[in-house]
Ligand binder design. Structure first.
Ligand SMILES: [Zn+2]
Length: 431
C-alpha cells in the first residue's frame, strides 16, 4: 500500500517510507499532506570513509535525531500536495561530522520537489507567461525565474558550436538589452537552427564574438538585410564567405521605392489640379502593383473609374493603359519597377543589374536614387538570384520571439530571454 502511494507520486527512492496521508488546512487551502521518513542507513562516512561499525561491532555512524522539512509537490487531482518529510540525521563518531539524509526528489536545502521543477521547465519551453507557469506549477514567480536562471549553465558554448555553411543574420527589438536597442540573432540558413542571440548588433561586439569561434572558415554565405554593418563582418571575420542580400528585403526595397513615388506623384497631380487623373490613379493604385503576367487581356468589362456607357468596355490591360496615360512619370516608373521585379523573379542577375545601371535619365529623381542605392550591394544582389538562401527561416524565429515577448509581459533580463529562446528551440540539453 505504501509502495503504491510512492508509485502514484513517482518516487523511486527505496529509503523513503510513507507513513500516512491526511488532509490539512494550510494557508486556508485544503491540502493533501503526506507523512514520510527518509532513513537510508549509510554504510560509510562520506567525510572520513569510516565503516558504519568498527572491528568490535561498535556503531561508528550513529543516528542523531531527525530534521523535518516540508516539500511542495505538484497538485494531486487539483489539490495542493505537500510532504512532511523527516530526514534522518547522522553523526560519524570517528570524525565527528554531521549530515542529513538526502534524496534525489528534493535537493538539499530546497523545499520544492524535483517533479515541480521538471514541470516548470517543460512549461518554460512553451510560449506562455511566467505568471501562468507559476500558477500551473503552484510556485511563486520568483521560483520560476530561479529555475530559468539555473538553466543558464546549460546554454551551449560558442567554443563548441560549429558555424554553419550558410549563416543568416538579423536583428530584433528586445527591450531588455541595455547595450543596444536592437539585439542580434543568427541561425543556420539551411536547417533554420538557431546559432545564437546577442544583446547588441554593433560591429565591434559582433567581431569580438565571432572571433571566438574556430570555425569561421566554415561560413560560405552570409545572408543579411541591407545593413552595412553586417557586410563589414565579411571582411573582418568570415574570410571565405560571400554576401547574399535577403531576397525579401530586395523586393521590399523595390516596392517601397514604388510606393514612395506614388505618394509624391499623387500629391503632384493634386497640386497641378489634374483632378481626374488624381482621383482615378489614387482609386486604382492596386492595379499598378499587380504582377504583369497576371493582368487580363481578354475579358471586356466596365470599370469603376471607366463606367459604360461613357466609356467602352475595356480589358484590365486596357484599363491600366488608360490610367498610365494620365501621367508620364507614372508610366515610366511603372515600366522600370516591373522590369526590375520581373528580372528579379526570373532570377536573371545580369538583366537585373544592367537595368539598375542603365536607369533612364528622365526617370523621377528620387525614385531613381532609391533604386541606384541597390548597386552598392551588387555581389549580394547577384547571389540572391543565384543561390536559394534567404532569411525566411530567421524571420519566422523573430516572430516566435515576438510572441514570447508578448506573453511573458516583457523580459527584464536579456539572459533570461536568451535561455527561454534556446529552450523553445530545443537547444538546451538538461542533464
Ligand atoms: Zn567520519
Amino acid at each position: 500500500m505504501i509502495n503504491d502511494i510512492k508509485k502514484m507520486l513517482r518516487i523511486t527512492d527505496k529509503h523513503l517510507e510513507i507513513r500516512g496521508v491526511s488532509y490539512e488546512t494550510i494557508q486556508k487551502q485544503n491540502t493533501l499532506v503526506l507523512h514520510a521518513i527518509l532513513s537510508p542507513c549509510p554504510d560509510v562516512c562520506k567525510n572520513c570513509g569510516a565503516m558504519k561499525e568498527d572491528q568490535n561491532g561498535e556503531q561508528v555512524i550513529v543516528k542523531n535525531g531527525k530534521k523535518e522539512i516540508t516539500v511542495r509537490f505538484d497538485q494531486y487531482n487539483y489539490m495542493p500536495t505537500i510532504m512532511k518529510l523527516a530526514k534522518q540525521r547522522y553523526t560519524c563518531k570517528n570524525c565527528l561530522t554531521h549530515w542529513t539524509a538526502q534524496s534525489y526528489f528534493v535537493r538539499p536545502r530546497h523545499s520544492i520537489a524535483t517533479h515541480v521543477t521538471v514541470k516548470s521547465i517543460a512549461l518554460l519551453k512553451e510560449k506562455v507567461s511566467l505568471s501562468f507557469i507559476a500558477k500551473m506549477a503552484n510556485v511563486s514567480i520568483t521560483t520560476v525565474i530561479r529555475t530559468l536562471k539555473e538553466l543558464g549553465k546549460y546554454l551551449p558554448h560558442s567554443k563548441n558550436t560549429t558555424l554553419p555553411k550558410v549563416l543568416m543574420v538579423d536583428e530584433f527589438r528586445s527591450h531588455v538589452s541595455t547595450e543596444d536597442k536592437m539585439s542580434f540573432i543568427c541561425a543556420d540558413g539551411e536547417s533554420g537552427k538557431l546559432v545564437d542571440i546577442l544583446p547588441s548588433r554593433k560591429l565591434k561586439r559582433l567581431t569580438t564574438y565571432f572571433k571566438q569561434f574556430s570555425t569561421t572558415e566554415n561560413v560560405e554565405f552570409l545572408v543579411t538585410d541591407m545593413n552595412a554593418a553586417y557586410f563589414q563582418l565579411l571582411k573582418h571575420v568570415f574570410p571565405n564567405a560571400q554576401l547574399i542580400i535577403d531576397r525579401f528585403h530586395i523586393v521590399k526595397h523595390l516596392n517601397q521605392a514604388f510606393q514612395e513615388f506614388r505618394v509624391r506623384e499623387i500629391k503632384n497631380l493634386k497640386q497641378q489640379n489634374k483632378t481626374e487623373a488624381y482621383k482615378k490613379i489614387k482609386a486604382n493604385w492596386r492595379f499598378f502593383t499587380k504582377n504583369r503576367l497576371n493582368i487580363n487581356h481578354s475579358n471586356y468589362k466596365t470599370w469603376r473609374s471607366f463606367r459604360s456607357p461613357k466609356y467602352p468596355y475595356l480589358t484590365e490591360a486596357m484599363m491600366i493603359d488608360r490610367l498610365l496615360n494620365y501621367s508620364e512619370p507614372l508610366k515610366q516608373t511603372y515600366a522600370v519597377f516591373h522590369d526590375l521585379v520581373d528580372a528579379f523573379r526570373g532570377k536573371d542577375p545580369e538583366l537585373f543589374l544592367s537595368l539598375l545601371r542603365e536607369l533612364p535619365e528622365s526617370l523621377e529623381e528620387e525614385f531613381r536614387k532609391k533604386l541606384q542605392n541597390l548597386l552598392k550591394y551588387e555581389e549580394g544582389l547577384r547571389n540572391a538570384m543565384i543561390y536559394p538562401y534567404s532569411n525566411g527561416k530567421i524571420e519566422a524565429k523573430n516572430t516566435h520571439i515576438k510572441t514570447l515577448k508578448r506573453v511573458s509581459y516583457g523580459f527584464n533580463s536579456f539572459e533570461n530571454m536568451k535561455i527561454r529562446i534556446f529552450l523553445m528551440n530545443h537547444l538546451i540539453e538538461i542533464k
